[in-house]
Design a protein around this ligand. Sequence first.
Ligand code: SF4
Length: 396
Amino acid sequence: MICTACSCLCDDIEIVDGKVLHACERGYKHISRSKEQRAKAMVNGKEVELDKAIENAIEMLKSAKSPAIYGLDTSTVEAQRIAIEIAKRLNCYIDDNSSFCLGEFVEAILKKEVPSTTLEEVRDKAYVIIYWGANPHQSLPRHMSRYTYYPRGTKRQRGYDEDRYLVVFDLRKSETAKLAKKNARFIQVQNDLELVESFMKALEGKAGKFEVASILREMKKAELNVVFGGLGLKYGLKGNFRVFIELIKKINEIAPLYFIPSGFHSNMRGFNESLFEIVKAVNSYSFSSATSSPEFSFIELLKRDKIDTALIIGTDPLASLPFEVSSKLPKLKKIVIDPRSSLTAQISEVVIPSAFSGIECGGEMIRSDGVRVKLSPISKAEIDDVYVLKRILEGL
Ligand code: SF4
């Protein structure tokens, strides 16, 4: 089966005699504890039949003055497309976690502003592997062992200490940074823009704050080098993402360097691509204004009291958003569709149980590098996101 606990979407998981094999600890827990803390159909805190919960959800959405749809990063592409249809029908906002995560990185790739590649290509050919503001040891536990640093690739046969050059840029000496020893570099960076500037100067043959000319020299030796950008890079750039894009373009004039975003929910890229196919934007979209804008992100809508009703799918904003934002949630009407009884579900007017994508229902997800993956669930639930969202769409 495919593990759907992170965007690596590992495809080598086996269940033998009830035991989960090959998964990392995070994947193991995701699969083996999927029966715990399950959501039940509820309306105003009382358990009800599923149909009644769905009917209440439809009525709430019909009477909403300014609704928003939020979440969907662990739903399948099929479910995401129906949710986008609902947003279109309601002429409302739609957003996912990528608006404060790596959505702009994915958007740059979809717009072909930066060259990108697949994890298989990285495994087979990559020499310089840069983790910039990313700590896969925590966020993508098998990223390095399956695809990047450790595996022997068809053109990288001699192992990680001879045939790979690991580079880590981070604010602190993360677990991943501690691996950067032989044939590797770790640079502790407080200001990522200074690091970008150092690269730009090195490209002109000048010295900058950080010594990076040696990394460029290593890149020139290979046919494929890659930079994985994480949340540390996003926030380290302080909104200046364009300078990073310019840097990747400049480096590509002297050595092949590809970019892959790293470290997010299993199907965040699926949401970005599904929305992009329809409206040419990856998140924070308003169908009423027919445009995407940071002010239409779910966080900004909450902060500015712009919505009265939220349809929340497979995410737990009460637990995950900063308090100044999540404290606005009790003021809204909320419909939650989730396999688990999340904190947000516990304060919501309507709760609709669903299935875990990849464990109890199939469909398609898109890995962090854009590769489409067909899920192979171990059981088949009757009620999943697609079923519930289709019923809501029909009811509207
Ligand atoms: S790395 Fe991610 S997808 Fe792979 S087993 Fe671990 S949690 Fe699951």
